[in-house]
Write a protein that binds this ligand. Structure first.
Ligand code: SF4
Length: 508
């Protein structure tokens, strides 16, 4: 008899470990554990409810399924060892884990129990791990765009018969960056319904809420505010509603940040996708079909496709390429602790207050809030990358270590020294005020560069280039910033850096 282990982020009937088993002969095992690290309560409810619903789905398909419940399972390792020692299966079969630590754990448990381990290829990513390692071989720096074009070509997604990209360009970023002013000119469109509203609850959600409140009372957020689809059926509906209702305008406003409409036209499918409730190519195919049917413009569809087969696959590849050392990256030598207001949202900076409040209440921010508000603040302030990474991992419904390592440490914090980004994603208040309506409700002035009321992002931005002038003076994409800073009068520079220091000293 085989044990077919299914991790809580591999909840798909396409799981290749199931393909390796035999109905009626082998047993599927799912383990709910209490030692899986800090997590927002909504995220915990999501994972528990999805795992329980999937276990029932497996039983419905005839699989003999053993589920270790959270009440009885303080540790994942202990539960797995106890199962293997009790049942002594011929082999433990697992689809490639999505987490480096779990891969190691399986190897150790196999050695400890004497049960042989068989790893089957993942179905949750399009790019095989070995293929990405091959692509990365010998390169000092990896750029997403090269990976993305390679994927488009090999999969034939949005490609013309002559081998050129559909529409003649590989990406439509320039069309996908409408500002607040553009949005107002367009009549201030909003999606037809809020995506984070609560849904009717089934027994899986009800019991998950009770268990989360029982075992994790101190985690951030409220379990009762759970809003996600936690089944395959619900995830497919969520994908269909995105494609029909939001995809056509997704591209236009994907970088926009609005205080009263935080999720705008975003897909909100990353959570279900990263648990296996959806698979990447079905998301891509749904968007491409909408374009082919004339229901969504190329720029929007291309932007969405790039997120799935571009960024998602790329950050996963970087994770497996660079682990485990990548988690310790700190190329800029940042040492400041993460401010406590990241949990309370109590800060005078409205952009941070809105984004952090949404993270606390819904366990979600969209990518520009993550990159250009929260990540940007941590980068400029010099927050220790590992603390920022752990916060992102804890708070977001779609966050897993493979997602956050490259996104936070590499892209947002430049902690890998530029391995996957040619420049740091540093922005001052001008960017935030152009791309959001946060500044209108803020006690700071986005135009003021120093003095009373000046926006802290302006102080921190120039202080950042002052502190790292040597590193960024030789980078063609940042040298202009360094030169522009160094051309200022010494008194002005001293005033800005002194005010930045006062601000940073005032963070708890
Ligand atoms: Fe953020 Fe500065 Fe705008 Fe306030 S003024 S919302 S702190 S960018």
């Amino acid at each position: 008899m085989k044990t077919l282990l299914v991790f809580g982020d591999q909840l798909t009937l396409e799981n290749t470990a199931l393909e390796a088993g035999t109905l009626g002969a082998d047993r599927v095992v799912l383990i709910e554990a209490r030692d899986d690290g800090p997590a927002h309560k909504i995220k915990r409810v999501f994972h528990l409810a999805a795992m329980r619903a999937f276990a029932e789905e497996l039983r419905g398909h005839g699989w003999d399924t053993r589920q270790f419940g959270i009440d009885a399972t303080p540790s994942f390792r202990e539960a797995l060892v106890a199962h293997l020692e009790c049942e002594r299966p011929d082999v433990l079969v697992v689809m490639e884990p999505n987490n480096w630590g779990r891969q190691k754990l399986l190897e150790e448990v196999s050695k400890q129990t004497g049960v042989s381990l068989r790893i089957t290829p993942t179905c949750q990513f399009v790019t095989p791990r070995a293929d990405f390692l091959n692509f990365a071989k010998g390169k000092k720096r990896l750029l997403m765009e090269a990976h993305y074009r390679r994927m488009r070509q090999s999969l034939g997604i949005l490609m013309r018969s002559d081998g050129e990209p559909e529409g003649g360009a590989w990406n439509y970023d320039a069309e996908n960056r409408k500002t607040v002013r553009d949005w107002k000119k367009d009549g201030a469109p909003k999606p037809p319904r809020p995506v984070t509203a609560r849904r009717p609850r089934d027994k899986f959600v009800e019991t998950a809420i009770a268990d989360v409140n029982k075992w994790f009372p101190d985690s951030p957020g409220r379990a009762e505010d759970f809003w996600l689809p936690h089944t395959r059926e619900g995830a497919l509906e969520a994908l269909a509603s995105f494609v029909a209702e939001r995809l056509p305008l997704f591209g236009d406003y994907q970088d926009l940040m609005l205080e009263d409409s935080p999720t705008m036209f975003h897909s909100m499918i990353a959570g279900p996708l990263n648990l296996g409730l959806l698979l990447p190519m079905e998301c891509v195919d749904a968007a491409v079909r909408a374009h082919t049917a004339g229901q969504a413009p190329l720029a929007a569809v291309e932007g969405f496709v790039r997120q799935i087969i571009g960024w998602r696959e790329f950050v996963n590849g970087v994770y497996w390429l660079k682990m485990p050392a990548y988690l310790e990256s700190n190329a800029l030598g940042a040492t400041l602790p993460l401010p406590k207001f990241f949990y309370t949202a109590e800060t005078s900076m409205n952009c941070l207050r809105c984004s952090l409040g949404e993270a606390r209440d819904t366990a979600f921010n969209h990518h520009i809030q993550r990159l250009m508000i929260l990540g940007n603040f941590c980068l400029l302030a010099g927050i220790r990358p590992q603390e920022a990474h752990d916060w992102f991992l804890e708070m977001y419904i779609d966050a897993h270590e493979w997602v956050m390592a490259a996104n936070v440490l590499g892209m947002a914090l430049h902690a890998d020294g530029g391995f996957m980004a040619t420049k740091p994603y540093a922005g001052a208040a001008a960017y935030i005020s152009k791309m959001s309506n946060y500044c209108a409700g803020c006690s700071h002035d986005p135009v003021k560069k120093s003095g009373p009321g000046a926006c802290p992002f302006n102080l921190l931005y120039w202080d950042f280039y002052d502190r790292h002038a040597d590193r960024f003076a030789s980078n063609p994409r940042t040298s202009m910033m360094v030169r522009s800073w160094q051309k200022r009068l010494p008194d002005e520079r001293a005033k800005i850096t002194a005010e930045a220091r006062v601000f940073l000293d005032g963070l708890e």
